[in-house]
Design a protein around this ligand. Structure first.
Ligand code: FEO
Ligand code: CA
Ligand code: CA
Length: 625
């Protein structure tokens, strides 16, 4: 029987598994939402409305900003084609693609079989977050492989559904993380095959569990009765980099990997908040009992964490840091607070879920022991008030009614109990290196004002998430008081509301810094460069019609935090999202991820579409930020 699950995007799959609430509850939510829409009627009102009453409103208009532009390039037009575009004076090239050998004993990629069963020796699929590290004069990139497309990895199987343990293993091996040495020569950048640093970390790599939840009953399984070691990491989305040079990989949609071979098996109540159901997305449970909820109901409790990896030591064991909470982690933006404590900003990418912050108990000392900086600390959930003020609400036994370990494992429930603000799918957080401020991409949320989140929390429009059925997304930013990221209060405003001024004349047109020449939808990946410019990557609707007409393929833009100006730098092939960004150590090369192209990219017509890391340079050899 045809199995359509594998054709669905993660969003669509979640929607299928997350039906609407009953009519009474739904009616009430809509009623609440409608009663609050008054303050957002029309573009003019929007520009001065409650949503932006914080600091500096929505910045100056583009016309004003153009006279003081800090951008070194001429913005590009939208595209709807099958390739990559960058501005005049810039070039792009492929660094590596799904299936390219990291080691010379791996076979070359086959467009007939979609890679080989030896898939833990090759670059995995669907590149996502990445960071660059320097070891002496060598450069390493650690990069995530978010998920696999079973249809193109198992092209001989009906709908790509695995039919053996070996096929499951192939899919498992293609996810996780690659660490690879990269090198630039006259012929351009390439991966150094067989480098001693090259490494694949996948769904069967042993990892240590650390922090408050290590050894807890909810983490114990038959294979690991102590609850301290887990095999693998999965659905690795965004990334983070610690001041001590480790890589943070973020486990996002882990729920879809688990299923039950016994449909009558009773599942723990806590599963529903995380979308863990008897029907899986990948059918692993049929051939790998670890993923079978009827046999191993605690296994999902061992995923949904931040994992710390030392990319400079290929023998090192990755560590799951449970103190940073368990949810659908997007990325991990690490910053050192004024007082030396470590602050990590963390988004939970699900409609109506929360934005978090972790603050370490200890202080970072360069060269000192860092083991407990991500083990001992406090998690907070963000509360955005309508007056432009905000507060980090601590998740403690007193505020949540849960013990310290439960807070780490069932973090979503803790955040609901503490009363955080439900958000429009928090994706990446980025902190500005030249100003004490942080930005979070809220990609979109068609459920805003339509239905509550999976925990029943009200998701009526609020000031930071002000549009009902928000299909364009926005970027919220905050400035901690006293320039201290560890402080408990902040001021916030909206940097941009994405929208379409060609189609809409109301709040769906977007904020004043959005115009027909730069419009986009669904901001997702974000990173600041050393000049304090914000690079914004999109993962949205690329159909270029209806609400999205004139927005074209997904794109990467650059924003000036001071003027509000936003300009388009790159477009990617149709179907692809742009995700993952890092710079070479001399900042003259920019690495960017092109994930899940539908176009036959980059190998051309008749070939399989392959996710890829590309490298962008200036023709004059200049800096890219
Ligand atoms: Fe993997 Fe929320 O993006
Ligand atoms: Ca993302
Ligand atoms: Ca996304």
């Amino acid at each position: 029987m045809a199995d359509k699950r594998v054709d669905l995007s993660w969003d669509e799959w979640d929607e299928l598994n997350d039906p609407r609430p009953d009519q009474n509850e739904f009616d009430q939510v809509v009623e609440n939402a409608l009663s609050r829409r008054g303050f957002l009627s029309g573009l003019v009102a929007f520009g001065s409305g409650a949503a932006v009453m914080g600091t500096g409103a929505l910045l100056s208009s583009t016309a004003e900003a153009a006279t003081t532009s800090r951008f070194a390039f001429k913005p590009i037009e939208i595209a709807t084609d099958a390739t990559v575009h960058v501005p005049e004076g810039y070039t792009w090239d492929i660094l590596t693609r799904w299936g390219d050998p990291l080691f010379s004993d791996a076979p070359e990629f086959s467009h007939e079989t979609g890679g080989d069963i030896a898939s833990d020796r090759i670059f995995g699929e669907n590149t996502d977050g990445m960071e660059l590290y320097e070891v002496g004069d060598k450069q390493l990139i650690a990069v995530n492989h978010e998920y696999v497309n079973p249809k193109i990895n198992l092209p001989k199987n009906e709908d790509g559904v695995p039919t053996s343990a070996a096929e499951v293993r192939k899919l498992q091996n293609l996810q996780g993380v690659s660490v690879m040495e990269v090198e630039e020569s006259e012929g351009g950048w390439k991966v150094v095959q067989d480098s001693a640093y090259n490494r694949r970390i996948h769904q069967n790599t042993p990892m240590r569990i650390a922090g408050p939840a290590a050894g807890h009953d909810l983490l114990k399984t038959d294979a690991d009765p102590a609850g301290i070691e887990v095999l693998g990491t999965m659905n690795n989305c965004g990334s983070g980099k610690t001041p001590w040079g480790t890589y943070l990989t973020c486990e996002e949609n882990f729920n879809g990997y688990f299923g039950s071979t016994d449909e009558t098996a009773e599942l723990p109540a806590a599963f529903s908040r995380y979308g863990i159901k008897a029907e899986s997305r990948y059918s692993y449970e049929k051939f790998d009992p670890r993923y079978d909820l009827s046999k191993n109901p605690n296994e999902p409790n061992r995923f949904g964490y931040i994992v710390e990896i030392d990319p400079t030591d290929p023998e090192s064991k990755p560590v799951k840091r449970t103190a940073l909470g368990r949810f659908k982690h997007e990325n991990a933006a690490v910053v050192i607070a004024k007082d030396g404590r470590i602050v990590v900003y963390l988004g939970d990418d699900e409609r109506g879920e929360f934005l978090y912050r972790y603050v370490s108990n200890g202080v970072y000392q360069p060269g000192g022991d860092t083991e407990n900086l991500l083990n001992e600390g406090t998690l907070y959930v963000a509360k955005f008030y309508d007056d432009g003020k905000g507060r980090w609400l601590p998740l403690t036994p007193e505020t949540t009614g849960m013990d310290a370990v439960e807070i780490c494992i069932h973090t979503r429930m803790a955040a609901s109990a503490a009363g955080g603000t439900t958000m429009d799918r928090p994706e990446w957080v980025a902190t500005n290196p030249i100003a004490v401020e942080a930005y979070c991409a809220l990609t979109n949320n068609r459920n805003r004002g339509v239905k509550p989140n999976a925990g029943g929390d009200d998701t009526s429009v609020n000031a930071a998430n002000p549009r009902e059925a928000n299909n364009y997304g926005q970027i919220v930013r905050w400035t901690p008081v006293e320039e201290n990221h560890a402080a408990d209060t902040f001021d916030w405003d909206l940097y941009v509301m994405a929208g379409n001024p060609n189609v809409h004349g109301d709040e769906y047109a977007g904020s004043a810094n959005v115009h027909p020449g730069n419009m986009f939808n669904s901001p997702d990946g974000m990173a600041f460069d050393t000049a304090g410019l914000l690079w914004i990557q999109t993962d949205g609707n690329f159909k270029n019609e209806g609400d999205f007409e004139g927005q074209g393929n997904n794109q990467m833009l650059v924003g000036d935090p001071v003027t509000g100006e936003i300009v388009r730098f790159m477009t990617v092939p149709y179907g692809a999202e742009v995700t993952g960004i890092c710079w070479s150590s001399d900042r003259r090369s920019l690495f960017v991820g092109v994930q899940h192209p539908a176009a036959p990219f980059p190998d051309g017509e008749g070939k399989l579409a392959r996710s890829a890391v590309i490298v962008v340079k200036r023709e004059d050899g200049g800096l890219l930020g």
